[in-house]
Each structure stands twice: as C-alpha cells, then as structure tokens.
Design a protein around this ligand. Structure first.
Ligand code: C2E
Ligand code: CA
Ligand code: CA
Length: 907
C-alpha cells in the first residue's frame, strides 16, 4: 500500500517501510513487550507464537514473490522460519496438554529441520551472488573445515560429551540434544562463509545475518546455561527477533532497476581469485583445533573421548589435502597455460609476416624476430645489440629517433609511423611500425616495435598520386600538374623578377590519323610526340599533355623567356619533321605552336589561354609554325568560337551555297569546266569565305557532312549543265579536305553523288592538297585508288606549296596538277618566266599530267603560260566564281560567241 500524500514513511536503517511494514513493526514491539512482561502463561506463549508463526507466514508469502532465479533460496529460508514457528506451536500444545516440558518431541524434529532449511537457503543465496553458477568446491571445502572447527569448539564448550555420558537420558534424547550444538556450529559456518563471500552485504544480507545471529545467540545462551532456573524471557525475545528479522529479510525491497543492476553486476566477468597465503592459512588452521582441544582438556582435567577428535582430525586432514591438491593443480594449470601462450606468441612472431623488435632505453635492439633480417634482406645478420636506427634509411633516421624520443618523453603508449628502411637490394622498403611503450612494464622495460612491410601499399599510393598528376598515355604531367607548376613559377616570379613562358602545342591533322588509322595508332603518335617534345626542351622545363593532341611546355628560370620559348618552339618544329613509322608505314607530322610570356598580371589560366589563342593563329595561318600571343588575337579567338557554334546548324538551315569559277582552255580560251567553291550565307554576318570557316569545320569534323552536300550539289549542277550543253563536256571540280579523304565514307559519298545526279563520273574532278598525300601516304594512296576506281579524275591542288617530290607523286593515281596562285603571281614579264614555274610545268609534262594555272589575274600571265604550253587556267582575268545562275547566263552567251567575253561577278 502506498504511503498517503504528506505522510513520509518511517525510515529505519535506510529501509523504507510501507504502511503495512510500520504496523508489523509496531505489532512486533508490542508482542515482545507483552512476552517480557508476562513470560509464563497463555499470554506469553501466544505472544511468542504470534511472532514466530507470523514471521514464518509473512516470509513464505514474500518468498513466493521473489524472482524465479532466486525464489528457491528464499523459500528455503522462509520454510526454515515457518518450520520453527510450527515447532513452537506443537511444543506449546504438548506443554499445555501434559503440563510438562518434553525432553524431546516432534517439535524438535521441526526445529532441527529448520536449521537445515536455513543452511540450504543461505547456500542458495551464496550460489546466486557468490562465484556464479559454477559450484565453488574450494569454498565448500573451506566451509566444511570451518564447520568441523566450530562443531569441535562448540561441542567442547557446551559439553556435548556430558550429554552422552548421562545415562539417565534416553539415546534419542541424547542424539537430539547433541544435534543442536552441532547444527548451530554448521549454521554458523555457513553464515560466516556467506558473510565473507558476499562482498557487499545488502539490506537482506544484514537482516538475515542479524536474524540467524539472534537465533544462534539465544541457542548458545540456552546451551551454556543448561539450567531451567536461569532461563529468562530474553532468550525467547532472541528467537522472536530472529524469526522477525529473517521474515523481513525475505521481503524484496529492491526496485526493478536495482535488481537489473545486480543481475548485470553478477554476470560481469570477475577477476580470478588470488590464492594467497592468508587463504591457505585459513583453510589449514582448523587442523590445529583437535590438538588444541586435547591440550585444553588435559590442563582442565577433563576426561576426553579421543575417538571423535581423531575422526575430526582425519576428516580435516583429508579436507586440507583436497584443498592443497587443488591449489597445486590450479597453479600447474596456470603455468601450463602461461608456457603455452608464451610458445604461442613466439610461434606467432616467428611465423607472421611482421617482425617484432625490442628496443632498450639507449635505442639498442635487445631482441628481434628472425623475420626482420629477412625483411631487410640481411640474412644471418645478428641484430641484437645494434642501434635500431641503423635499420632505417639515413634520410629517415632523424624522424625515427624523434618519434622514439617523443614517446619516451611523453610516456605515450602507442605510436604508429611509416619509415623507409634500407634493404640490401637497394630498393626502398617502407616499414609500417607500431611502437608500444612498455617502459612501465617490469617484465619488459623497453619499446616494443611491431614492423610490417608496407612497401606495396606505399607504392600503390605513390602510383595513385602519380596518376592523379600525370597523363597515363605519355607519362607527361597532366593539365592539373601543369597548371600547378605554372602557378608556382608565377609565384616565384614575383620574388625573383624572372619571367616565364608557356608554349601551347596542337598537332596538325591529328584527328585525321585517329580517324583513318584507329586509336592505337593515334596513341603511338602521341607517345612519339611526347618523346620528341622531351628531347626538344631543357631539363628544367615542364612538358605536359593537356588532353587529346594538345601539349604544353613551361619554360622557367630564364631571363629571356620569349627568346628561349622561340628557340624551343623552333626545336620542336624541327623535331616534328622526322617521318614517323607506324605499321611499316610512314606518317609525317607537324604541329602548330603558340607562345605566351608571363607578366605581373598573369595567372596560370590566363597564360594557358593566351598560348592557346596564339597556337590557333599559327594553325589558321598555315600550320607547322609558331606564333607569339598578342592581345588582338583574343578577339579573333572569341570570333572563332561564335562561328563554331553557328556552324553546327548551318547545314540543316540551308545556309550553304556553291559558286562556280570557270576553268579555261588557255589556247582556245574556251570554258571547259568549273570549280565549285563553297560559301556560307551567315544570317547576320553575310557571306563568309571558306578560308574562315573550313578550318573550323575540319577541326570539329562537320566538314564531312558539309563536303557530302557539296559533292551532291556540284554534281547536280554539273549534270544539269551537261544536259543543256551536251557538246561542251563540262567538267566539275570539287575540293576535298584532308579530313574527308581520311573518312572511309568518302568513296560512298562520291558514288552516291554521281549516281543520284546522273553526272558523268569522268567529268568529276576531286581536288586535294599535297598535305593529304604527305601526311599519311599509305592511307592516301589506298583511298585515291578507290576513288579512281569510280572513274573520277584526281587533282593536286595548290601544287608546289607542300613537300611534293617526283617520287612522291608517282605513288598516286593523279591526273591533274593545279599550280598554286603564288607562282602564277610571280609572273610579271612575258620574257622572264620564273624558273620555278617552268620547273613545275615540266614536272607535269614528265608525269603526263594536265596542268591548271590558278589565279591568273593579268594578261601577261595568261600569255606567258600559253607560251609555256600550260593547258588550262583559272582566275579573275577570265571570271570570278559565279553563282549558278550567272554561270548559266555565261554558258548561254558563250553558246553564241564561243569566246569568253565577260568577267562575271560573284553573287
Ligand atoms: P582553292 O581550292 O585554291 O580555290 C581557289 C581559290 O582561289 C578560291 O578562293 C578562289 O576564289 C580564289 N581565286 C580564284 N582566282 C583567283 C584570282 O585570280 N586571284 C585571287 N586572289 N584569288 C583567286 P575561295 O573560294 O575563297 O576558296 C578558298 C579555299 O577554300 C579554296 O582554295 C579551297 O581550298 C577551299 N574551299 C573552297 N570550297 C571548298 C569546298 O567546297 N570544300 C573544301 N574542302 N574546301 C573548299
Ligand atoms: Ca581548289
Ligand atoms: Ca588552289
């Protein structure tokens, strides 16, 4: 029942008593008082029994409510109290009926049983809280010895011998009477044992110990007095209180949390019990007792029966023997275990991939596992006594000894470091070390170092870092690292005043190689370029691959950055000219370079961007050269970017047109054909020349579909004109870019254009520059043969500007040479034709090729060429490129006059 609000329940010895508890306490005090006041008679008897029986019943009820794990023990305690109570009732009833106090009766059986029950209960509680579930044999042996000890002492003190010596009493009574001191002694032993073994006596422990102590005190007093006349009510009070206390002990006052905590504590691992000298002495001390008693009896003149003493001695010796045997066994076991674990750890150390070394205070190795020498490649080396530092690479020694010193100074326990060790094979080995400071451990007093070879992991880490900053294909620095280097160089710059330069390099026509020969060849080319770049720079320069076919060089630590950059750029261009052999075939490479010189405002990004812009200028103004950045280039670069964006949709938006420039037979000045030239009608910028946008279209690959359209459109127009002027056999020339030739689709594009238009294949001329042939001769030859098989004619455009040689030209199935305008330009005097022009015309004749002179603007040029038997010509002198309508008009007019009379205007 819960306490009323406002009334605080009385607190006794830290125990909270409920309302019911308070009433029970009051009843107990009243009943004890009544018993003391009226010890004899009905009132005394009833008050006595009310307490003992009441305590028994309360205990029984309380024990049933105990948690299952401990219920049995508490039921034993409760039944001990209740049995005694019932015994009291039987005793009193017999006394009332016979009016004599019986020597021995059924009540004594219950009394004696109650001792056994209490002992069992105590042992049960011991099991619960003592050394856990496992039977504590040592404890039992100790307890038995102590029990014999107390029995001997108590029976001696209480003169049990005299009971048996008294012939006036029956054997049964003798046994019953003797049983009391014996059981008292046994119960005392159990009580002492349980008090000792329970580290912390809880409330219940205190109550139960006090209860049993009350009983034992009353018992001993009774036994010692052994005289009914001196018997007082105070002894009864001892039994009454004992019963009450034990009854109270059975009541569980713990809260659920407390109980949980206890369970947890009980299940927590306990440290092993130390078997010290005190404990051995305690377990052996009872051996003294028989002799002591004999001595005592001798001096007091008692006539002692030696048989019980002898039996007790024998039993005690046996117990002591058992106890010592177990002690020795336990020690042996522990030693065996220790030895085993020692061997175990030794075996572990010997066989693990790790090595262990022990270092003393002076840094000397005092012990090491054989593995260490193996890890260092120093087989057979005796490491003991050497300085631990000698195992480490010289560069790492300071770091290593600093780590050891710091550990010793700060008394830190564990430290992990990685150091470079010196292996005999000279290759670097990384050792991961776990240093444990065991200076405070008396058995070791040193640093113990566990060594693990982490070289593989270290290498992998280095590899990863390398990869993060290097290009996997060429091994050069990548964009990130290059950027970083430039940034650092600029920072140094601001201090030293020295200047730096960045060279940006883009391989000319690299996409063609990649498209026509596949990526593997492309990779080979890039690797080769990387090698050539490295050979062209100074060792202090950084070469990087920025991505694709773009490279960069950082030139630093120079006082004349521009000159230095120019020198290096020239060397690079020179290095590029050597032909490259891939799959037994020859490729000639070139590159365009841009140079940017740093100033106080430069950043890594701005320098890279400027060099890129300059490179682009080099590329669009002829390739295979270098250009230095100047600010106005940036506007052009921006422009280009815009065009590139617009170009994407130009074809779909029908923004392309073809114009046609007539080709003239110089002798007769008849129009024999046209060259189709591309124009881009930009929505805002107007007409854009091919020189502006074709390089962009080549770069981004859109030249292929655009070129396909040009082929179709040119063939359609050509077919229409052939139909209308059938007797002219007009030819149509179409320009093909390098990128188009490299594309395997070109053959099909040409085929389709012819088929769909119905244009005569023999009238179609495909023009391509020499660079196509030089760049990748093998591929070009193959492609040209395929095209020739379609019956079209092939012309070399801008002839004379490339690397052509006679032997070169022989490889290709070429029909026409178009001599570049620059040569024709140089003709100013009909009587002084430049040798080079004559040479080119001769070459054409030797190879039996038709020759077309490009860019004839002056009459003198026309006349001179006619003198030199150049068959065909084209140029503003005859006609500008014409829209198809104008060209149509021209053809119409020519049908009547035959002679070319007008110079058309391009629209
Ligand atoms: P190209 O093949 O050498 O074409 C001849 C260029 O010379 C044309 O410039 C033409 O207008 C110009 N020209 C002709 N006669 C004279 C002259 O007497 N004096 C001067 N100063 N120039 C003359 P255009 O049309 O600007 O074409 C430039 C280049 O663009 C062409 O050079 C050709 O390489 C390329 N191109 C033009 N159309 C196409 C095309 O459809 N596809 C490809 N891949 N390239 C094309
Ligand atoms: Ca051309
Ligand atoms: Ca040309």
């Amino acid at each position: 029942m819960s306490a009323q609000a406002g009334t605080v329940p009385p607190d006794i010895f830290g125990m909270k008593l409920g309302q019911r508890g308070t009433w029970l306490l009051v009843a107990l005090v009243v009943l004890c008082a009544v018993h003391v006041r009226y010890p004899v008679g009905v009132l005394g008897d009833v008050s006595y029994m009310m307490v003992t029986v009441g305590a028994g019943i309360v205990a029984m009820l309380a024990a049933r409510r105990r948690p299952p794990g401990e219920r049995y023990a508490w039921l034993w305690i409760a039944s001990g109290v209740l049995l005694a109570g019932i015994g009291d009732v039987i005793y009193t009833v017999i006394y009332w009926m016979r009016d004599v106090r019986p020597d021995a009766s059924v009540a004594d059986v219950l009394y004696l049983a109650s001792y056994v029950a209490l002992a069992l209960g105590l042992l049960g509680i011991l099991g619960m809280h003592g050394s856990g579930q496992k039977l504590d044999i040592d404890g039992l042996i100790d307890m038995s010895s102590f029990a014999i000890f107390s029995i001997l002492v108590i029976s001696q003190i209480t003169n049990v011998g005299e009971i048996f010596a008294d012939d006036s009493i029956s054997r049964t009574v003798q046994i019953v009477w003797a049983a009391y001191p014996v059981l008292d002694a046994a119960l005392l032993a159990v009580l002492v044992r349980s008090i000792i073994s329970r580290k912390r006596l809880g409330t219940n422990g205190v109550l139960i110990s006090a209860g049993i102590a009350c009983w034992l005190a009353a018992d001993f007093t009774t036994l010692l007095i052994a005289d009914a006349t001196q018997y007082t009510a105070w002894m009864d009070v001892g039994w009454m209180l004992g019963a009450a206390l034990m009854g109270a002990a059975v009541i569980d006052r713990r809260s659920d949390e407390e109980r949980d905590a206890e369970v947890e504590q009980a299940s927590a691992p306990r440290p092993p019990v130390r078997v010290g000298g005190a404990r051995v002495l305690m377990s052996l001390s009872p051996l003294v007792v028989p002799g002591a008693i004999a001595t005592w009896s001798y001096f007091n003149g008692h006539n002692l029966n030696p048989v019980p003493l002898f039996i007790a001695s024998v039993v005690l010796v046996l117990l002591a023997f058992a106890r010592s045997t177990r002690l020795v066994r336990a020690r042996d076991l522990q030693e065996a275990k220790l030895g085993q674990s020692e061997r175990y750890y030794q075996a572990l150390a010997d066989n693990s991939a790790d090595a262990v070394i022990v270092i003393d205070a002076d840094g000397k190795v005092i012990n090491s596992s054989p593995h260490l020498t193996e890890m260092l490649g120093k087989h057979g080396l005796d490491t003991s006594g050497i300085d631990a530092i000698e195992l480490i690479e010289p560069v790492e020694r300071d770091r290593f000894s600093a780590a050891l010193d710091r550990m010793r100074a700060t008394n830190s326990v564990v430290k992990e470091i990685e150091v470079l060790a010196s292996h005999t094979d000279g290759s670097p080995r990384w050792f991961g070390m776990r240093i444990v400071n065991l200076a405070g451990e008396p058995a070791v007093k040193a640093l113990v170092v566990n060594i693990h070879d982490v070289t593989d992991r270290k290498r992998a880490e280095e590899e990863l870092t390398h990869r993060a900053f290097h290009d996997s294909l060429t091994g050069l620095a990548n964009r990130a690292l290059f950027h970083d280097r430039v940034e650092h160089a600029l920072q140094r710059n601001s201090r030293t005043g020295a200047d730096i330069a960045v060279v940006y390099l883009d391989v000319d026509g690299f996409k063609t190689v990649n498209d026509s020969r596949g990526h593997e060849s492309g990779d080979l080319v890039l690797r080769e370029i990387a090698n050539r770049l490295l050979s062209a720079v100074r060792s202090s320069d950084t070469v990087a691959r920025l991505g694709g076919d773009e490279f960069a060089i950082l030139i630093e630590q120079t006082t004349r950055p521009l000159d230095e950059a120019a020198t290096i750029a020239d060397r690079v261009l020179q290095a590029m000219t050597a032909p490259l052999h891939i799959d037994d075939q020859q490729i000639v490479l070139s590159a365009s370079l841009g140079i940017a010189v740093g100033d106080s405002e430069s950043t890594a990004s701005s320098m890279l961007r400027d060099a890129d812009v300059a490179m682009y200028r080099a590329k669009t103004t002829g390739r295979a050269k270098w250009t230095v950045y100047d600010p106005e280039m940036r506007a052009a670069a921006v422009d280009r970017l815009e065009l590139e964006t617009d170009l994407v949709d130009a074809l779909a938006n029908d923004q392309f047109r073809l114009v046609y420039q007539p080709i003239i037979e110089l002798e007769s000045e008849r129009v024999v054909g046209f060259e189709a030239l591309l124009r881009w009608h930009h929505p805002t910028r107007g007409v854009i020349e091919p020189g502006t946008f074709i390089p962009i279209a080549e770069d981004n690959g859109s030249i292929v579909p655009i070129g396909e359209w040009v082929l179709q459109e040119a063939c359609r127009t050509g077919a229409a004109w052939q139909k209308r002027y059938p007797d002219r056999f007009l030819s149509m020339a179409v320009n093909l870019s390098t990128r188009q030739i490299a594309s395997p689709d070109i053959v099909e594009h040409v085929q389709t254009a012819i088929r769909e238009s119905g244009f005569a294949a023999g009238s179609l001329v495909l023009e391509m520059t020499e660079t196509v042939l030089v760049h990748d001769a093998e591929m070009a030859a193959e492609r040209l043969h395929e095209l020739r098989a379609l019956d079209v004619k092939l012309a070399i455009d801008d002839f004379g500007t490339g690397y052509s040689s006679l032997s070169y030209l022989r490889q290709f199935p070429v029909d026409i040479l178009k001599i570049d305008r620059s040569f024709i330009n140089s003709i100013t005097d009909r009587n002084q034709i430049p040798a080079i022009v004559r040479g080119l015309l001769d070459l054409g004749k030797t190879l039996k090729l038709e020759t077309v002179a490009e860019g004839i603007e002056l009459g003198v040029q026309r006349d001179s060429l006619r003198d030199q038997a150049c068959e065909f010509g084209q140029g503003f002198l005859f006609a500008r490129p014409l829209s198809s309508a104008d060209a149509d008009d021209l053809l119409e007019r020519l049908a009547s006059s035959e002679r070319l009379v007008a110079i058309g205007t391009e629209r």
